[in-house]
Design a protein around this ligand. Structure first.
Ligand code: FMN
Length: 152
């Protein structure tokens, strides 16, 4: 039986301006834990906002998401997309990492020129195919030599 894969993408707000060392700690934990439970993904940090994609078997993703949601370095954790997937978008990364400026982020996600970011993100939430397109775009930029974190 092929493995059934599940993917969850959320957005959250850092509780404070996280120093590099905090991000490093999060990536260290990801390398330590995610491989063991077969979870891969992407973490983006942009001006106090996290976007994280978790993919793997559903119970593993849900358990990890529950741990992450309880982390007091961020709050207002808001799922923007979740569901079964045919293939992993980030198969090579226990947790790839990208840091972007708000302008860069809006540009990549297709929000550039939008007056109300909050509203635009709300609209994006219902648009699974656009979200998928954006995630594949991020994945290809990692493959092109973006800043990635992997232990293998
Ligand atoms: C935005 C964010 C993303 C995180 N992502 C992960 C992750 O992918 N994997 C992980 O193990 N921990 C992640 N963490 C850290 C967990 O909340 C928790 O601190 C960690 O899993 C504890 O690991 P340990 O029990 O090995 O010390 C994240 C935390 C934050 C704030």
């Amino acid at each position: 039986m092929p493995e059934r894969l599940y993917q969850l993408t959320y957005l959250s707000n850092a509780k404070f301006d996280l120093p590099k060392s905090d991000i490093e700690k999060i990536l260290e934990a990801s390398r330590r834990n995610n491989h063991a439970v077969g979870v891969t993904g992407l973490l983006i940090y942009c001006d106090g906002v996290f976007v994280q994609v978790l993919e793997g078997e559903k119970p593993a993703v849900e358990k990890l998401f529950s741990t992450i949601s309880d982390d007091n370095r961020h709050d207002t954790v808001d799922i923007i997309a979740h569901g079964e997937i045919e293939e992993r978008i980030f198969p090579s990364w226990e947790m790839a990492y990208l840091e972007t400026t708000p302008d860069e982020f809006d540009d990549r996600v297709g929000l550039k020129g939008t007056l109300d970011r909050g509203e635009a993100l709300e609209r994006l939430k219902g648009d699974e195919s656009q979200i998928k397109k954006v995630l594949y775009d991020f994945a290809s930029s990692l493959a092109d030599g973006g800043q990635a974190s992997t232990s293998d």
